[in-house]
Ligand binder design. Structure first.
Ligand SMILES: [Cu+2]
Length: 270
């Protein structure tokens, strides 16, 4: 009953934090799948918990010592029970695994997804650069964060944006809590995923992988805007001179290296 109650309570809505099991409200289409997996796993775990706790209390009560000289029946090798507690967890692991793979394919698998645009996200000690290739007049447009300036990633609402994650130095991790997804940014590896933001607004993002002294400064903001505002933003960056032929993946962000001086070079993304 408790299990059913929980399913009714949690399965129907995602309105309250309680129903989401403390997960933030998903701001993307993909995030809804992640939330579903999170809720499903909690419900399965709680139902299992209720059964286990019930059996524990039942055994405590049923087989309690009734008199001082009583020795309870000594039972061992209960084969059906042993088979049950071997098989059942295996089934549970298979079900969890299956759901995880299914959601992972929905959220991450991009073989079938044609994104509306691609953003090259560069994580570099210790800030982010967001490249919008072929954004304005065939040119790449970018916004680079610095030690003192938190950059903004601008995304059009209701459009699918693919993030191509690049790192010129160490492992970072690109994540926006409101999107319910994050992914490692690895040197020498071309990771990617996509999101489709549902609502306009501001979101916070950060680096989730301890990447050096100023890791905590690797913050960024996400602004989800209308298509017109998105085009306007790109034009604005273009007019301000933040352009290059190709997405840039390193070097030019020298000023991001807090307290360090280095040459301004532009390395093109691989
Ligand atoms: Cu980092």
């Amino acid at each position: 009953m408790l299990g059913i109650g929980l399913i009714v309570l949690t399965g129907c809505g995602t309105d309250s934090e309680f129903e989401r099991f403390a997960m933030p409200e998903p701001a993307t289409v993909e995030g809804e799948h992640t939330l579903g997996l999170w809720q499903g796993a909690w419900i399965a775990a709680l139902v299992t918990g209720v059964v286990v706790w019930g059996l524990i209390f039942y055994a405590i009560w049923k087989f309690r010592r009734r008199s001082d000289d009583e020795i309870p029946v000594q039972t061992r090798y209960n084969l059906p029970l042993e088979i049950f507690y071997t098989i059942f967890p295996i089934i549970m692991v298979i079900v969890f695994f299956d759901h995880t793979i299914r959601v992972q394919n929905l959220v991450l698998n991009d073989e079938d997804v044609v994104p509306d645009q691609t953003v090259y996200v560069v994580g570099q000690q210790w800030q982010w650069t967001f490249n919008y290739p072929e954004a304005v007049e065939g040119k790449n447009v970018y916004e680079a964060g610095t030690g003192s300036n938190i950059p903004t990633l601008v995304l059009p609402v209701d459009q699918t944006t693919r993030f191509e994650l690049r790192s010129p130095d160490v492992i970072h991790d690109f994540g926006v809590p409101g999107f319910l997804i994050k992914m490692d940014v690895m040197p020498g590896q071309e990771n990617h995923f996509q999101v489709t933001p549902k609502t306009e607004g501001w979101y916070d993002g950060k680096c989730y992988e301890l990447c050096g002294v100023y890791h905590s400064r690797m913050l960024f903001r996400v602004h989800v805007v209308s298509e017109a505002e998105y085009a306007e933003y790109l034009r604005q960056q273009y007019d301000a001179g933040f352009t290059s032929d190709e997405p840039i993946c390193g070097g030019t962000f020298a000023e991001t290296q807090v307290g360090l001086e280095s040459e301004e070079t532009k390395e093109v993304c691989q």
